[in-house]
Design a protein around this ligand. Structure first.
Ligand code: AMP
Length: 112
């Protein structure tokens, strides 16, 4: 989508600190980290949020979870949190599907 921040980051049109990439997804450091490890994993295809996942694009989401497992294992991260905010009330600020991967500090439950 031409006007989407994360589409532009995935395309390399806006700079980011790459963590991982392949033909399906792109992972990069969050610009405002909320934990010692905080990166985002996004599909290259524009999907607005989890609400936009369907039978036609869910393979990308499954792939992203494989990537999260692989990248965290490679970094030696054994305990981490994966978060995806959907909609304004939940705190979604960028309308392109993304999974936050957070680690490196104690975390509370329930989240605030
Ligand atoms: P959310 O609020 O769940 O939609 O998450 C969006 C995340 O994107 C936030 O944690 C932001 O800090 C992060 N973010 C926004 N712009 C950038 C950027 N240019 N590079 C990296 N992370 C960003």
């Amino acid at each position: 989508m031409s006007d989407c921040l994360f589409c532009k980051i995935a395309a390399g049109e806006i700079p980011s600190a790459k963590v991982y990439e392949d033909e399906v997804c792109y992972a990069f450091q969050d610009i405002a980290p909320q934990a010692p490890t905080h990166f985002l994993v996004i599909p290259r295809e524009h999907i607005a949020s989890v609400s936009g996942v369907n039978a036609g694009n869910s393979a990308a989401v499954a792939h992203i979870f494989e990537v999260i497992a692989k990248v965290t294992a490679e970094k030696g991260i054994e305990s981490y949190r994966v978060v995806s905010n959907i909609g304004e009330q939940a705190g979604q600020s960028v309308p392109h599907l993304h999974f936050h991967v957070l680690a490196g500090r104690d975390m509370t439950w329930p989240p605030g």
